[in-house]
Design a protein around this ligand. Structure first.
Ligand SMILES: Cc1cc2nc3c(=O)[nH]c(=O)nc-3n(C[C@H](O)[C@H](O)[C@H](O)COP(=O)(O)O)c2cc1C
Length: 229
């Protein structure tokens, strides 16, 4: 057999192997799905604070603000959600009367700083302190935002700058809607392939008190069958 023929034959048999493995994995996933659909379901609390496991994880961020004397404040939040594409609006659920929300009502803007795995324990601990103490003890390094009157937390790899769109009291929560007017991210993240960017960003999501999860791997839907391999 010539080298060219040998190469073609190796390529076609490895392609056949990949296709067979994929269809086997898809078959396994269908079997798994069938098992799940037949699982016995039991009642679960409707009170989120009793959820173990948490059914709705939220990205952990630091909301950064200035008060009227330009004193900075940094607070962790995790009930944060995208609301509208155009204009780009997000919301987070806060607490009426707390320094973060008071500052936002005065300055009409806030920074959103995305927390990564390396910051998890610092961020969970930081609420032991408040105001300036929290910033100093946690080692948060602040810089001014580019378009709004708020600081940004330099320890984070990605930031949003938001202007208040509206607010709403919902039950015991004070929900703040913010229009994104600027965004920035660690340069290296946008230099790698899309799928690899999540590992570099290494975001974490809040699960329950003292527990979080890490987003360090992303899957493309068309390759989901390979995910279990
Ligand atoms: C990981 C984590 C996530 C939190 N998420 C929220 C949240 O989504 N909404 C909220 O009102 N408080 C949340 N908190 C509690 C606030 O951070 C806490 O009340 C803090 O004192 C608020 O800061 P401030 O008083 O300086 O505004 C969270 C705390 C931690 C540690």
């Amino acid at each position: 057999m010539t080298n060219a023929l040998l190469g073609r034959s190796i390529r076609s048999s490895s392609l056949k192997f990949v296709c067979e493995t994929r269809s086997l994995t898809q078959k396994m996933q269908r079997t798994e799905q069938l098992k799940v659909s037949r699982m016995k379901k039991v009642d679960f609390p409707i009170d989120k604070s009793e959820w173990h496991p948490s059914l709705i994880p939220g990205p952990i961020v630091l909301i950064s603000t200035y008060n009227s004397r330009k004193e900075p404040n940094v607070a962790p939040k995790s009930w944060l959600q995208m609301v509208s594409f155009k204009p780009s609006i997000i919301m987070f659920s806060g607490t009426k009367g707390n320094p973060t929300e008071n500052n936002i009502m005065k300055t009409k803007c806030f920074g959103v700083n995305f927390v990564d795995f390396s910051m998890a324990s610092i961020v969970y601990r930081c609420t032991k302190w408040s105001g300036r103490q929290r910033i100093l003890k946690s080692g948060f390094k602040l810089t001014d935002a580019s378009k709004i009157h708020a600081p940004l937390v330099d320890n984070c790899k990605a930031h949003l700058e938001c202007r208040v769109h509206s607010t709403k009291t919902v039950g015991g929560a004070f929900v703040i809607f913010g229009q994104i007017v600027a965004a920035s991210i660690w340069e290296k993240i946008v230099r790698v392939e899309c799928k690899e960017r999540y590992a570099l960003l290494d975001e974490i999501v809040y699960l329950e008190p003292g527990m979080f999860a890490r987003i360090d791997k992303a899957y493309q839907v068309e390759h989901a069958a390979d995910a279990n391999e």
